[in-house]
Design a protein around this ligand. Sequence first.
Ligand SMILES: *[C@@H]1O[C@H](CO)[C@@H](O)[C@H](O)[C@H]1NC(C)=O
Ligand SMILES: *[C@@H]1O[C@H](CO)[C@@H](O)[C@H](O)[C@H]1NC(C)=O
Length: 385
Amino acid sequence: MGTGNDEQGFTPLKLNLMQLLTSKAVRVIAIIALMVALAILGLFQLPSASFDRLWYDNGFCSLSPSTLSRDDLQPDELNGIDWSRFAYVQYVTNTEYLCNSVMLFEILHRLGSKADRLMMYPSSFAVDGASTEESRLLRRARDEYGAKMMPIEIQRRPTSDTTWAESYTKLLAFNQTQYDRVLSLDSDSTVLQTMDELFLAPSAPVAMPRAYWLNFDNRILSAQLILIEPSKYEFNRVMNALNAATSNDYDMEIVNNLYKDSCLILPHRPYNLLTGEFRSNNHSDYLGNSEEAWDPDKTLKEAKFLHFSDWPVPKPWLSAPPSMIQDKQPKCQQNPKTGEEDDCRSRDLWLGFYSDFKQRRQVRYLRSGNEKTIVGATGGKARPI
Ligand SMILES: *[C@@H]1O[C@H](CO)[C@@H](O)[C@H](O)[C@H]1NC(C)=O
Ligand SMILES: *[C@@H]1O[C@H](CO)[C@@H](O)[C@H](O)[C@H]1NC(C)=O
């Protein structure tokens, strides 16, 4: 600092400079001391005070709090979510499955799901002005459960297994470009909780869970639940694949071939549970690890979508011989506390899935004569037990 000029006998100036230097040094020291003190204070405060409070308390930045309470705004408004851009979609090829689809829409309606519901139904089915079983069910979906109606042509291919010959119709969901996103759910299932949050998942042409019950090393995607961003481009890809399909390629093979490496993987837990899981002796594939103990109540509580799959036990709207149920129902497990085989929770839940489905189907739809008196008896219950 002391340069040649300062040495030229200007004592007062020198003194002033000295004073200045001294006072600067004092200020620097004072500032450093203050910072250290604050840092120590800060260190002491950090564990107990939130970041926000630290700022407000020290008065560094006196932001005036918003007069608008978060409670004044609905979360959807806050986030700008327009739920009419999204839809749960069902495809229908016959009356039996139409009934299942209406049942799914009934659950979504009852649980208060926010997205639209879209029914793709054969254009040969009349909606209004007919008294057939189909038109009655379609009107019910539209008028009571708020479903939007989309007439379509059933997509058929010559396949080896006629059960799935019409499952290609599901792929018409890729063509529903009036929506930004649609969620296709197989109707031989029960919705346990709404899945609205899926519509807000990171963008991807297709999102699916794994078929966790198949050899996991093959990383097969399950087409029971498909989240789709409909587009002309993807629909063309799907239709081209469909037209080139061999007799052993179904909807599941087509989406696996097209999207196995570009699909967003949804966790099968909680989005894809099979009823058959409750009959299994080994739950490590479902649980995703081999340490966790199987807890049927916890599994059901977390699950959002439950698919009926218990071969050779038939689907729940078909009747099974009692001996088959007796034979195939989940076995009671040994209770570590009592040593007895009296832990029957898996069995009871499993039997409950079937009886709940049968009850909802018969009470609400098939016995149309008794409808009014019985509907109230099952209302308001979201879970099958
Ligand atoms: C796809 O949607 C368009 C209307 O958006 C419709 O004209 C066309 O017929 C649909 N294709 C099939 C195969 O359903
Ligand atoms: C359960 O299945 C997993 C994978 O499928 C396997 O690695 C494991 O050994 C099985 N556990 C038992 C007890 O069989």
